[in-house]
Design a binder for this molecule. Sequence first.
Ligand SMILES: C[S@@+](CC[C@H](N)C(=O)[O-])C[C@H]1O[C@@H](n2cnc3c(N)ncnc32)[C@H](O)[C@@H]1O
Length: 252
Amino acid sequence: MRQILVIGIGTGNPEHVTIQAIRALNTVDVVFVLDKGKEKADLVALRREICERYIEERPYRIVEAQDPERDRNPTDYGVAVEDWHGARAALYEAMIERELGEDGCGAFLVWGDPSLYDSTLRIIDRIVARGRLSFDHRVIPGITSVQALAASHRIALNRIGAPVQITTGRQIAGGLSADADTTVVMLDGDPTFAHLDPDLTIYWGAYLGSDDEMILSGRLGDVAAEIRRIRAEARARHGWIMDTYLLRRPIQ
Ligand SMILES: C[S@@+](CC[C@H](N)C(=O)[O-])C[C@H]1O[C@@H](n2cnc3c(N)ncnc32)[C@H](O)[C@@H]1O
């Protein structure tokens, strides 16, 4: 039976890779690398570095593929994501069939952890549901950008007994939800902050875990402009940026 491992690799520091992940990597015949966008080259390089550094026990191959393009301005967001996932499922299925022998083991190295804003597991479920290809699959957890953000700022995510909401820039375009004490925002391509309460405390971080990590925190009204300035500069310098921020309401 073919084996597929979905391995969380952390967010940019090779030392985020867990011992469980290293053991799993050392059972792999093929590492599948799929990336997209401007950050592609840097993220692929990190995956290669992880393989070179940690796989010592057997020969392996890296198979790279171009992720299908996604419609970034769809009229119907749900339909566009559905189509994109369909195209990715077909691609992954073809790669597994072509590159792995009947008893082969393949791995998808997922940025951060596969449980958080990543579609790899949904795509694998789709392939399983299609029923054309049989394989076992297993998930190895990794450090998320949310954990990396909290660690770099030396903060706990939640206030005592209080909830945390994890969401996207798109979802907070109309403001934070009324009951959110702490909100972590990911996937925000252009944080404006202008529509948010200036008395919120923000903990912001970019390229977390990597040598290029940047963090900044403070009262939102005091630091928003500075975050936007250094974010734009860093984005221009690297050609891409990945950043995450946590917003906390003032104590009432
Ligand atoms: C598609 S999601 C993937 C999240 C990933 N699975 C995780 O566990 O963190 C990409 C978003 O994660 C956040 N992110 C990922 N890596 C990051 C990093 N090194 N520094 C800051 N934010 C990061 C950003 O908000 C980015 O837009």
